[in-house]
Design a binder for this molecule. Structure first.
Ligand code: NAP
Length: 280
């Protein structure tokens, strides 16, 4: 399944997330976003109205205010509770105000819950027509959710499904990602380095992985993120550390990457059955 999806022309393969941008814990993200955009050409910046009740959007709006908007690919998400007739447009307009922008490149339904897809799809399509968003998609949609979405008129215009995916948790490869491929729905990964909210081994403690890292003087995080990209995902990560940013975006020689791919196949094999999508 390597390299089976193509990004939009102005989309970078990597993207930076902003979950806790509003909190004191995320001092340092400003500088990381600047360096990511200006030095590494990263355009994809991900946020959501949920993060700090809009405060992450506000913080991101401040960081990008002097940047050339056309070089950015802003991703934002609406809560399912707000995805109804009474609140959808207001939520979107308020997100735009907080980001101080006229449009989003991609607007996602954050998760399904009780959202009425027969409302959400035409609302998203109307927002595209109005020029408020360039494209729309969903997040945390499992196979059955996506089938329901595709059954709604216009549902096939869904551009992206943002989901939990990393070397430790490959369940979506079995049925969900093939379904997305069939319908040309781009996968975007979050928790691309794993998550404290989902137990997993520590890659630093896996000797064959660390042997590969030593060969290329690379951090395992760089290889993990590259692995997501090579599996066709637009790959989100967050860092508040310039050093981590640079480590994560290190150039990786192809032979070293191939060795990493082989080790991952041995240590964390692809799934052999379908099971529910992990969501955090
Ligand atoms: N759609 C959804 O439901 C959903 C859910 C979760 C997240 N997201 C989005 O995806 C983005 C990223 O996902 P995530 O928040 O789960 O975080 P993540 O990017 O998978 O992990 C972030 C953590 O990894 C650490 N890290 C990054 N590079 C590192 C390195 N080289 N060495 C050691 N540690 C490193 C960071 O710490 P340092 O700051 O110290 O580097 C941070 O604590 C979020 O910000 C959000 O925009 C979406």
């Amino acid at each position: 399944m390597l390299n089976t999806f193509s990004l939009s022309p102005n989309m970078s393969a990597y993207g930076l997330g902003t979950t806790s941008y509003w909190s004191g814990r995320n001092q340092g993200l400003d500088a990381c976003i600047h360096e990511a955009v200006e030095k590494y050409g990263i355009s994809v910046l991900d946020t959501a109205e949920m993060y700090g009740n809009g405060r992450s959007e506000e913080a991101l709006g401040k960081t990008i205010r002097d940047m050339n908007r056309e070089t950015l690919f802003l991703v934002d998400k609406i809560l399912p509770d707000n995805a109804d007739e009474a609140r959808f447009r207001n939520s979107l307009v308020n997100s735009l105000k907080r980001l101080k922008t006229d449009y989003l490149d991609l607007y996602l339904l954050h998760w399904r819950e009780n959202a009425d897809l027969s409302f959400v799809v035409p609302a998203m399509e109307a927002a595209v027509k109005e020029g408020l968003i360039r494209r729309w998609g969903v997040s945390n949609f499992d196979t059955h959710d996506l089938r329901d979405l595709l059954a709604v008129p216009g549902g096939a215009n869904c551009f992206c499904n943002q989901i939990f995916y990393n070397v430790y948790e490959r369940g979506c490869e079995y049925a969900l990602v093939p379904l997305m491929k069939e319908h040309n729905i781009l996968p975007m990964s979050y928790s691309s380095l794993g998550s404290n909210y989902y137990p997993h081994p520590d890659i630093h403690r896996i000797p064959p992985v660390m042997d590969v890292c030593r060969l290329g003087s690379l951090k395992p995080e760089a290889l993990m993120l590259k692995w997501n990209v090579r599996h066709g995902f637009c790959t989100l990560f967050t860092t508040t550390s310039i050093q981590h940013l640079r480590d994560n975006l290190q150039e990786i020689p192809e032979d070293i990457y191939q060795r990493f791919e082989q080790v991952i196949e041995q240590e964390f094999p692809a799934p052999d059955h379908e099971y529910p999508l992990v969501k955090i």
